[in-house]
Every structure is written in structure tokens, then in C-alpha cells.
Design a protein around this ligand. Structure first.
Ligand SMILES: *[C@@H]1O[C@H](CO)[C@@H](O)[C@H](O)[C@H]1NC(C)=O
Ligand SMILES: *[C@@H]1O[C@H](CO)[C@@H](O)[C@H](O)[C@H]1NC(C)=O
Ligand SMILES: *[C@@H]1O[C@H](CO)[C@@H](O)[C@H](O)[C@H]1NC(C)=O
Ligand SMILES: *[C@@H]1O[C@H](CO)[C@@H](O)[C@H](O)[C@H]1NC(C)=O
Ligand SMILES: *[C@@H]1O[C@H](CO)[C@@H](O)[C@H](O)[C@H]1NC(C)=O
Ligand SMILES: *[C@@H]1O[C@H](CO)[C@@H](O)[C@H](O)[C@H]1NC(C)=O
Ligand SMILES: *[C@H]1O[C@H](CO)[C@@H](O)[C@H](O)[C@H]1NC(C)=O
Length: 362
């Protein structure tokens, strides 16, 4: 459902971006991609999708397929830039992928939806979710189109990407692209570039990165109407794919791009109980996810208080040991991708009545 509000067209004032460099603290890529994440290991009791986020490998409930929801073990402080390079994002009827961030006591502590879409949507939708009192300013500069400005509403404060090829088959056809997200006391900003438009300051960034030259972001949430320090605790990254559920499975949302009879069960009946061939494009192909922070530090969660504490060490990507745990190596006829050892994949593997939506790392 494309959001019709045109509030964004009246937005004029430039955000004040903090200048200066951020230092690399994590590089999730290649054979180390799956190091440093926790697998959810439960059915989707968060967005009511028809999936089991593995490990529940012996599930017999045919209402579910296997999928993956991974959360970074690290928490990243206010003062972080994440950069994500993907060649392919999952898409298809009933498919609902996201790359997003959350605090330790989610939904308290803020949520940043960097990449999110459902079904056959053709554009990415960004959002913040917070407790009451954070809104998107009406005076800012962004290239995207604002949907809702209330970050504590059910939908969150949403911004639709206006550039072409930000989601679905057009994203894949363009060779994918890069998102960069700045979480700063001055605000939260998301930039998107298709493959051909990635600035060299991003593609060639190694140890440091500097957002000050990137120009107008796709989505801007300046602190003038949302005190970032108040509404956001340190954030962990989440990557997941669910099927149907609260957003993709909504009767009108589903019908908008996938048709069908408009009933509440259409998403499920038309896709989830099928043989898996519907999910040939339900995979991530991620070249890398990198995190850069101002203080070269990452955080680990405490079990109380909703805060996070500094780790004693500040290890960098190169010191993260490779581990095979959690990196499924299933394959099957439903997997459409050409496997590349440098990339991490999530794919539908559909050969039997119970298809598996699985991560592949070969
Ligand atoms: C989801 O299930 C897990 C495992 O049973 C549980 O720890 C968690 O609290 C549940 N989450 C919600 C939101 O129900
Ligand atoms: C599935 O797991 C449960 C709980 O661990 C176990 O009791 C059951 O025997 C398993 N079923 C199969 C078919 O492996
Ligand atoms: C960075 O460290 C300095 C000195 O410890 C501290 O004052 C500042 O708040 C830190 N900034 C961030 C973004 O963590
Ligand atoms: C935002 O939405 C929440 C939840 O519906 C509501 O309680 C709050 O009053 C709204 N805030 C504004 C500024 O409209
Ligand atoms: C923002 O929130 C922080 C943390 O709660 C607080 O210390 C600060 O005074 C707030 N800033 C403003 C301008 O309200
Ligand atoms: C899977 O379902 C699709 C769509 O209904 C159908 O075209 C295809 O023949 C089926 N494949 C198998 C192996 O049953
Ligand atoms: C989860 O998967 C891992 C790796 O396959 C396995 O070692 C572990 O026993 C599984 N745990 C459960 C609860 O299924």
C-alpha cells in the first residue's frame, strides 16, 4: 500500500549533520558473515508470520515454513553508521523481509527500519518506532516521501523511498545497492544508492567513513522533534524474512500487489502451503554489513535497565573467528541463486511439501 501523504513535499530546511569520521568496528561479510549473530529459534511470535525461525528443525506444523531471524550480538551506540551492500533482497507474494535495528528491551528503546517491504511492492519503506513523544519534524530535507510523522503510532513514522529500484525485482535488476544509516544525537538519517550510484566515499571506505558528503538522505529524522538520546538505546541489528503475518498478510495489503480473492487467508493459502516454487526470489544476497562508530566501540547488553555497557575489548572484523554454526548448507531445486562463496544468502529451498526458507553459506 503506497502511502499517499505528501507532507514531504513541503520540507525545506537542511538537517544539521554531525561532521567527522566513524571508525569500522564490525564487518559482516564473506565466510565470517554469520559470526556474531544469534538465531531466533522460535516460530514468528513477533509479527505473526507463518514461519519458524530455525532452529526448530523438527516442526511438524504445516502452517509454518522455516526461515531465519538473526540478531547481532553486538549493540551499537548512538554515534554509529551502518552500511549494507546487497545484490538481492527477498521478494514475492507473502514475503516480508527486513533489515532493522532495535534496543535491548524492544519495543522500548527504539526501532529503526532501514529496509522493509512486503509482497510485490516496488519501493523500500523506512520507519522509526518509538515510545510516545518522538515525531518526524515537518522541517527537514529528505528525498523520500513521508507517510506518518508519529513515531509511536502503530505504523511508526514512515518514509517511502522515491528513487527507483529500491526493492523487489527492479532492485535485483539494477545489481542491488547500498544503504547507509546514521544514528547520531543530531538525528537518524538513511541514504540509498543503486549499484551505479554508490559514491566512492562509501564503496572505498575501509577503516573509516564520513557521511558529511553524502547530501540529501532518503529519510531524515532530526532530533529537533525526536530526542534521539531519550528514545533510542544502543541498537542491535536484525535480519529476517517472515511470510504473511501482520503486514504482508493483511487482506488489503496482500491484495494490492498480489491479487487473489481479498480474504484474510489469501496470503497463506496462495503461497505458504504451496510447494516452494513461489519463493525462488525469497533470498538475501548480502555483500556486506559494516558498522562504524564514533568511539570505535561496540556494546553488549545488560540484562536490566534497557541500557548497554561498554565491552572491555573493541575487536574489529578481522579478529572475528569464522564459525560454521548456524550457517545452513541445505540446497534444493527451489533455490534459484547462483551461489557465490563471498556472499551470504537466505533462500527458499523447495523440494517437498514442507519447504525450508534457509540461509545458505557455501
Ligand atoms: C516468543 O517466544 C519466545 C520463546 O518461547 C519467548 O521467549 C518470547 O518471550 C516470545 N515473545 C513474544 C513477544 O511472545
Ligand atoms: C521434536 O522435538 C521434540 C522436542 O525436542 C521431541 O520431543 C520430538 O521427539 C521431536 N520430533 C521429531 C520427529 O524429531
Ligand atoms: C565517546 O567517548 C567520549 C569520551 O569517553 C564520550 O564523552 C562520548 O560521549 C562518546 N561518544 C559516543 C558517541 O559514544
Ligand atoms: C501518536 O500515536 C500514539 C498512539 O496512537 C498516540 O497515543 C499519540 O497521541 C500520537 N501522538 C501524536 C503527536 O499525534
Ligand atoms: C534529551 O534526552 C536526554 C536523555 O534523556 C536528556 O539528557 C536531554 O536533556 C534531552 N535533551 C533535550 C533537548 O530535551
Ligand atoms: C509447484 O507449484 C507450481 C505453482 O502451483 C506449479 O506450477 C509446479 O508445477 C509445482 N511443482 C511441483 C514440483 O509440484
Ligand atoms: C539449533 O541449531 C543448531 C545448529 O544446527 C543445533 O546445534 C542446535 O541443537 C539447535 N537447537 C535447537 C533447540 O533446535
Amino acid at each position: 500500500m503506497r502511502l499517499a501523504s505528501s507532507l514531504a513535499s513541503t520540507l525545506l530546511v537542511s538537517p544539521t549533520l554531525v561532521l567527522g569520521a566513524y571508525n569500522l568496528v564490525r564487518d559482516y561479510s564473506g565466510t565470517n558473515f554469520f559470526s556474531g549473530w544469534d538465531f531466533y529459534g522460535n516460530y514468528d511470535n513477533l509479527t505473526n508470520g507463518d514461519v519458524i525461525y530455525v532452529n526448530q528443525t523438527n516442526a511438524t506444523n504445516l502452517a509454518y515454513r522455516n526461515s531465519v531471524r538473526i540478531t547481532s550480538q553486538d549493540y551499537f551506540p548512538i554515534g554509529t553508521v551502518w552500511v549494507m551492500d546487497a545484490a538481492h533482497m527477498p521478494f514475492g507474494c507473502s514475503v516480508w523481509p527486513s533489515i532493522w535495528t532495535k534496543g535491548v528491551n524492544w519495543p522500548i528503546g527504539g526501532e529503526i527500519d532501514i529496509i522493509e517491504g512486503v509482497n510485490l511492492m516496488t519501493y523500500n519503506q523506512m520507519a522509526l518506532h518509538t515510545e510516545n513523544g518522538c515525531t518526524q519534524s515537518t522541517t527537514l530535507t529528505q528525498s523520500g516521501q513521508t507517510g506518518s510523522t508519529n513515531c509511536s503510532s502503530v505504523a511508526g513514522c514512515t518514509v517511502v523511498e522515491e528513487q527507483a529500484s529500491s526493492y523487489g525485482s527492479s532492485f535485483a535488476s539494477a545489481g542491488g545497492g547500498v544503504w547507509a544509516t546514521q544514528l547520531d544525537t543530531s538525528g537518524i538519517y538513511v541514504w540509498f544508492w543503486t549499484r551505479d550510484n554508490i559514491p566512492s566515499s562509501v564503496s572505498s571506505a575501509t577503516d573509516t567513513i564520513d557521511p558529511s558528503t553524502w547530501g540529501t538522505p532518503s529519510a531524515a529524522y532530526p532530533s529537533s522533534s525526536c530526542n534521539i538520546s531519550e528514545f533510542f538505546t544502543p541498537q542491535q541489528l536484525v535480519v529476517d524474512i517472515t511470510l504473511c503475518g501482520d503486514w504482508a498478510g493483511g487482506a488489503t495489503v496482500y491484495q494490492a500487489t498480489c491479487g487473489g480473492d481479498g480474504t484474510a487467508d489469501a496470503c497463506y493459502l496462495d503461497n505458504v502451503i504451496g510447494n516452494g516454487t513461489n519463493y525462488n526470489n525469497a533470498y538475501f544476497e548480502i555483500n556486506y554489513i559494516k558498522a562504524f562508530t564514533v568511539n570505535s566501540t561496540v556494546l553488549s547488553p545488560t540484562t536490566s535497565g534497557g541500557s548497554a555497557v561498554l565491552e572491555t575489548s573493541t575487536s574489529t572484523a578481522t579478529s572475528i573467528a569464522a564459525s560454521g554454526t548456524g550457517a545452513s548448507t541445505q540446497s534444493g531445486s527451489g533455490a534459484a541463486a547462483t551461489w557465490n562463496p563471498l556472499h551470504a544468502y537466505a533462500a527458499v529451498v523447495g523440494t517437498t511439501a514442507i519447504s525450508a526458507l534457509s540461509w545458505l553459506l557455501l
